[in-house]
Write a protein that binds this ligand. Sequence first.
Ligand code: URA
Length: 217
Amino acid sequence: MPDAATVPRTRSLTRLRAAAEHCQACDLYRDATQTVFGAGPRDAPLMLVGETPGDVEDREGRPFAGPAGRLLDRALADAGLDRDRAYVSNAVKHFRFHREGKRRIHEKPDAGQIAACRPWLRAELAAVRPRVLVVLGATAAATVLGRSFRVTEQHGQPLEWADHAAGSPLAEPGGGPPLGDTMVVATVHPSAVLRSRDRDAAYAGFVADLRAVAPLL
Ligand code: URA
């Protein structure tokens, strides 16, 4: 049985990142190259959360550094948002994959891995305290807003975190929620746009959802 994540009580992202390098709270550390912690300024008004690092991110150690990240960067720019002013992270911070020959094929994290990694996401949120939190895809939405939340029904709608805090898996056990007056916007995952049969329409929908963010910042 892996240990629970040992998260230092600090708002220093440098210290959190250093501690997360040694996390063995689930089994993913065994095969992954490294922990891919969030990246961006601590005073970022915008935070984005994806699912789990992919092959490129696992090798480079930065979230959204591969093809999905390039699409995300373009969509953010088209929506009038600046990635350099955003803190970008994932629900799970190690790459989960299986091998097919030499290729490493991404797998979705399971509920135990998401739960094991949740204290890190909670600590990142408490450190950054973003004005707006964007959840990218169903895994991130379930991690932040609970499993009954449907991205297909509520994508692009600004939600008050306070209205969702009680049902959120992120709410601190026995304490207050890690966010105050933060707004949450859910949208699709950029990988889903890349996989879509009508990529132009999926991209336009993604950008439309992100356009809801700028007026909230
Ligand atoms: N997909 C994610 O959810 N996160 C990344 O960092 C890369 C791809």
